[in-house]
Design a binder for this molecule. Structure first.
Ligand code: AGP
Length: 613
């Protein structure tokens, strides 16, 4: 998704800070980039299609080093191709107002026609440009910039995170939010805004996240926020303790590989302070987790997208098996357009790394309207999802930069496992002894995770990737808690190597997919030593009998013995094998993508956080 930065400094040069902020946000995916700064009363815009390096070449032509107020933007094209003209910032005709925007203006065609009928000549194909013209119209009525922004936005439908800069004799910097996030911080050096707290960390850790409808005016060392009704409000600052360097590759070739290797720490951090082994108890701070509240839950509705949905699918097995709670999982993008029948005793659990995925937010809001309480399992403390939900469990994965989610996934699994044990104990489904056993199993996971991405295992998986990189397609199959891992393995491979891959419940093979089996189609089978192991072994035999090569990943020795190739995974409790089985699949997709020379951290067409529909 688009990245937004803005600064209003007392005296320092703003360009280096804007470019550094855009670099931190590169991980979100973009296809054009630009800045707008004030040189005296003039708004000066430099913008280019392509990467930040293209912008830096443009900035080299001319001296903007004395500018101390500016905005920057990395664009992920929605309306209009990634060209210089369509890059942000966009300005009004007089070049007095510069705007950068993340989101979609749904009535932009109507507004575009209105402006053209007034003789306004638009210079881009974007929806964003109309915002600059509307603000200029309001300024011509003599109102202050923040009111002009407020009034202009009142004429728009859709959602936005935006920053607006005006020159002239009273330079001003304003930002506004309805939907995609905007956060701000102020220090002695000046005031800063960004679409992602990561870009603010080099300047300050006390971060204010704007609410929907807010408009904030930034001045050299102060920020004034007005709410949707124009009232000045105090939004609470949240301390973000993430290590600013964590968003640095630290010598790894790719963020994705670095983050795969952080997963043991994530298991530790997500469990820390929440597990009382001696008492077989889980303590989840915050609201929504009293025994009474947990006993009231009649059913759970998981809502998520992508990898987070796969974590939710594993969560369903955990909640049913450990807490006896009936659970459903739906794609958030489907749920929000259904007419779901939910009761007030339904707990809607949103699962999301970013906490800003538009579909998941919308689905949770629908569940709230239908009377459900909401729980957010999320990685981002200041995100919309955490702020809007009744309760939350932070997965403590630290900033995840690689577009392909890895460490956040394992954090989600740990969080939902802990929640299931907490709920199971509260509902009398799980005895203290049984809960202690489950927590002891979790305690074993961390060293196993470390071993699975250790040198020997990595080399083994790398060899598998080399042998199968030319396969015409991949089928990932699993049963029970490992069916979602089959889906996740397929998604990882698709999104970073662009190879065709499908995840399937192994029991479904004979209902169609087995027709695809041939020597050029590699089948990856998840086979843990569990209640469905013998069934999975039959699936392996079925594939091999038709000449299909099989890679078996798991702890079931007999399945590995009948497969062509195998990756052995340590045996853990029945609900924890997904946390281990997924790691060889993450590495497998990584090595295949690397063999193919793909852009692993920034795959084509993808964004890290999909904050638009
Ligand atoms: C996962 O590798 C993908 N990048 C994508 O499917 C992602 O999981 C999905 O967009 C949901 O994002 P979220 O967890 O931030 O809500």
């Amino acid at each position: 998704m688009c990245g937004i930065v803005g600064v209003y400094l007392r005296q320092d040069a703003c360009l280096p800070i804007l470019v550094a902020g855009l670099r931190v946000l590169e991980y979100r995916g973009y296809d054009s980039v630009g800045v707008g700064v004030l040189q005296g009363p003039e708004v000066v815009v430099r913008k280019r299609a392509g990467r930040i390096e293209e912008l830096e070449k443009a900035l080299g032509q001319g001296d903007l080093s004395d500018a101390s107020i500016g905005i920057g933007h990395s664009r992920w094209a929605t309306h209009g191709a990634p060209t210089d003209d369509n890059a942000h910032p966009h300005t009004d005709v007089a070049g007095r107002v510069a705007v950068v925007h993340n989101g979609i203006i749904e009535n932009y065609l109507e507004m575009r026609r209105e402006l053209e009928e007034k003789g306004v000549v638009l210079s881009s194909e974007t929806d964003t440009e109309i915002i600059a013209h509307l603000i200029a119209e309001e300024l011509d009525c003599g109102v202050a910039l923040d009111q002009a922004v407020h009034r202009a936005l009142g004429r728009l439908q859709g959602y936005y995170a935006l920053a607006v800069l005006i020159g002239g004799d009273r330079p001003q910097l304003v930002c506004a939010r309805k939907g995609p996030p905007i956060c701000v911080t102020a220090t002695e050096q000046g005031a800063f805004l960004a679409s992602d707290a990561l870009a603010l960390l080099p300047h300050g850790r006390e971060i204010v996240f704007l609410e929907d409808g807010d408009v904030a005016v930034l001045a050299p060392a102060s920020i004034t926020v007005r709410d949707a009704d124009g009232r000045v409000v105090e939004r609470p600052a949240r301390r973000i303790d993430w290590d600013a360097q964590a968003s640095d590759k630290g010598g790894w070739p790719h963020y994705m590989l670095k983050e795969i290797h952080e997963q043991a720490d994530v298991v530790g951090r997500c469990s820390k302070g929440r597990v009382n082994l001696a008492r077989g108890a889980v303590e989840l701070g915050g609201r929504g987790f009293t025994d009474h509240e947990l006993r009231k839950i009649a059913r759970v509705q998981f809502l998520a997208c992508g990898t987070a949905l796969h974590a939710a699918l594993v969560g369903r097995y955990m909640l049913e098996g450990l807490a006896g709670i009936a659970s459903d999982v739906d794609f958030a993008s489907e749920f929000r357009y259904r007419q779901p029948v939910l009761s007030p005793q339904t707990l809607a659990i949103g699962v999301s790394q970013s906490g800003e995925t538009a579909d998941t937010l919308a689905a949770l809001r629908l569940a709230k309207e239908l009377g459900c309480s909401q729980l957010a399992i999320c990685n981002s403390i200041g995100s919309s999802m955490v702020r809007e939900a009744d309760s939350s469990i932070l997965i403590e994965a630290g900033p995840e930069i690689g577009v392909a989610s890895t460490k956040a996934f394992i954090g989600m699994l740990v969080a939902v496992y802990l929640f299931a044990i907490r709920a199971g104990r509260a509902r009398g489904v799980l005895s203290e002894k049984a809960a202690r056993g489950r927590l002891e199993e979790l305690h074993k996971v961390r060293p196993y995770v470390e071993r699975l991405y250790g040198e020997d295992m990595s080399a083994r998986v790398e060899g598998l990737a080399r042998r199968h990189v030319k396969a015409k397609g991949f089928l990932f199959i699993g049963r029970g808690v490992n069916y979602p891992i089959a889906l996740e393995g397929a998604l990882k491979l698709k999104e970073i190597s662009y190879k065709h891959a499908e995840g399937y419940p192994a029991g479904e093979m004979k209902h169609g997919p087995i027709a695809m089996i041939e020597p050029e189609m590699t089948t990856v089978v998840l086979a843990s030593n569990d209640a469905v192991a013998s069934k999975v072994r039959q699936n392996i035999e079925q594939v091999r009998a038709r000449g299909g090569p099989v890679i078996c990943v798991g702890s079931d020795a007999e399945s590995m013995a009948v497969a062509d190739e195998a990756v052995e995974v340590p045996e853990v409790g029945p609900w924890l094998s997904p946390l281990l089985n997924v790691i060889p699949l993450q590495l497998f997709s990584y090595f295949i993508a690397r063999e193919l020379g793909c852009d692993i951290d920034k795959p084509r067409n993808l964004a890290k956080s999909v904050t638009v529909e």
